[in-house]
Design a binder for this molecule. Structure first.
Ligand SMILES: N[C@H](CCC[C@H](N)C(=O)O)C(=O)O
Length: 278
């Protein structure tokens, strides 16, 4: 079965087109395909282009644990580049429909940089969702192993828990991320970012992704963390998000519409052997 592999700042995805799918894309098969040793290895699968009544293209996004995600910023940038490589789009703006809403994309002439209008960020508990009474979830407490953190929650189609720290490290996100991901506050689980505000135009994040674990970059995490920093008055509306895999540029409108610009790199095209499922 044919597939294409790309990465966006080290957050890697496989693109599988419906016409190439040789089997049902079950959760078990997704886990095996994404496995770093027993499969191809990736931070997820992008299944498309699918027919859509709301946009030019439809896309489904799967995490390596087999769960389906509402949105993926890096995934959508990669899928946009894939559509451009396949000459299904040119340099014009086009739209893609996801479970988490419709986005608008534009691929730069080199194909190696994609601008994406990601949609609106909400901090409201009903939208994210976060358990408890209806409210904006800003600067609340959450305790893991007797360690209490102050967090904000946000959605840009998928859920995020953002914790501001004076210093952030891979170790801290790997220690607390797994427990925060499945905390009862988050009925649909959550993506987690530990965020250091560097100045009014720059933040640094370490990421634990729902259904994927530690990743080197995340477009929706970058959008959520930047939106929180802006909402708390710590950053202006143009923010460079520094992730271990590289930088993503985020623009935030007055009503929290997020535009994200970042790199995409093509890794390979390949043929998946059915032996991996035996
Ligand atoms: N694991 C995420 C989806 C992928 C997010 C990330 N790869 C991005 O670039 O936004 C979730 O379950 O919401």
């Amino acid at each position: 079965m044919k597939y294409s592999k790309y990465h966006a700042l080290g957050n890697d995805y496989l693109v599988i087109a419906p016409e190439d799918l040789a089997f049902e894309l079950s959760s078990e098969k997704i886990k095996r395909i994404c496995h770093r040793n027993f499969g191809i290895g990736s931070d997820g699968i992008l299944f498309g282009p699918l027919p859509s009544k709301d946009a030019k293209f439809g896309l489904r996004i799967f995490n390596p644990d087999g769960s389906e995600a509402e949105k993926s910023g890096n995934g959508l940038r990669i899928f946009s580049r894939y559509l451009w490589d396949k000459k299904l789009v040119g340099e014009e703006e086009f739209d893609i429909d996801t479970l988490g809403g419709r986005v608008k994309a534009c691929v730069a002439k080199s194909g190696q940089n994609v601008r994406l209008e990601m949609g609106y960020v909400s901090f409201h508990s009903d939208n994210i969702p976060v358990a408890g009474h209806s409210r904006e979830v800003l600067e609340e407490s959450i305790t893991i192993d007797e360690q209490t953190f102050t967090f904000c929650a946000a959605t840009i189609g998928n859920p995020h828990c953002v914790i501001q720290m004076l210093e952030v490290t891979p170790e801290i996100v790997k220690k607390y991320g797994p427990r925060l991901e499945v905390h009862p506050y988050f009925p649909n689980r959550t993506n987690v970012q530990f965020m250091k505000v560097l100045d009014r135009g720059n933040i640094q994040i370490e990421i634990w992704e729902r259904g994927a674990g530690y990743t080197l970059a995340s477009g929706s995490s970058s959008s959520a963390a930047a939106a929180v920093a802006h909402r708390l008055g710590l950053c202006d509306s143009s923010i460079a998000v520094h992730t271990p895999g590289g930088q993503i540029a985020i623009e935030i409108s007055d009503d929290f519409l997020i535009t994200m610009t970042g790199a995409v790199t093509k890794v390979t095209e390949g043929l998946l052997s059915m032996e991996i499922f035996e």
